[in-house]
Ligand binder design. Structure first.
Ligand code: UTP
Length: 234
């Protein structure tokens, strides 16, 4: 079987502060897709909702109290972002699945037929981190990369605590003691990794790699199986 890999791309990566950085990042991501396809590899990309998810959920919150309904707003945003990435790849003729799958089983089947599959969320109750773990499991990938906007998993939030300690490797139990495990986040809430994803990865023995997706060279190193800057959880 050809090598399959799955990456969760945090939605915040699509909207850096500077518009120039955004264009450069999209270009580097596209180069990476060309590199993967050129090597005959297959890559699933699960895109987060970022700004449109937060804005949409905030807007709906004044009228909608049911958290599953708010999750549906978030899911719609993740699919919007997934469509942006899919169209960026299609625009230069990459072999990317022409639809945005709505389940991880469907995504895994599409990955048999295409070098690239881009998707967003699936159902309420988790984030795209968990979708990526489910996709990795269904595609027989064994690993799942979580590309986010921090360099590592830290023992506490590095934006608030100067003395936060980063991990280069850790166990699932160590990760779970920081993130929690299994319990869904509230709609639109953010965490370094979704506790539902941590539980699914541990149950399915999927190794997780957390790294800074703003620098696509780090993502490329991890995808190429080289040592990378970030946190490996197994
Ligand atoms: P994200 O996966 O974008 O969450 O889903 P996030 O942790 O904020 O990730 P970043 O910041 O984009 O990387 C946004 C929201 O969409 C809903 C949830 O409400 C989540 O908080 N969602 C997403 C689901 O309910 N199910 C899904 O499969 C995906």
């Amino acid at each position: 079987m050809t090598r399959r890999q799955v990456v969760a791309l945090g939605g915040s990566l699509l909207r850096p502060e500077e518009a120039e950085q955004r264009t450069a990042w999209f270009g580097q991501l596209r180069q990476l897709a060309v590199h993967i396809e050129g090597n005959g590899r297959h890559l699933g990309i699960v895109v987060g909702g970022g700004l449109p998810a937060r804005e949409g959920i905030e807007l709906a919150k004044s009228m909608v109290s049911n958290s599953a309904r708010l999750d549906e707003v978030g899911i719609a945003a993740t699919r919007l972002n997934a469509t942006i990435i899919q169209q960026i790849f299609l625009d230069i003729g990459c072999d990317v699945a022409p639809i945005i799958p709505t389940t991880t089983e469907q995504a895994a089947k599409l990955l048999d037929a295409h070098h690239l599959v881009v998707m967003g969320g699936t159902t309420p109750g988790h984030t795209t981190d968990a979708v990526a773990v489910g996709f990795a499991r269904d595609a027989g990938a064994g690993h799942c990369i979580i590309a986010t906007n921090v360099s590592h998993v830290f023992d506490k939030d590095p934006r608030e605590h100067e003395d936060a300690k980063s991990f280069s490797t850790m166990t699932f139990d160590e990760l779970a003691s920081i993130t929690g495990i299994g319990k869904p986040l509230s709609p639109g809430a953010s965490a370094v990794i979704d506790p539902v994803a941590v539980g699914w990865a541990q149950n399915s023995a999927i190794t997780l790699a957390v790294l800074d997706g703003r620098d696509t060279s780090i993502l490329e190193q991890a995808l190429d199986g080289k040592p990378f800057e970030g946190t490996l959880i197994q």
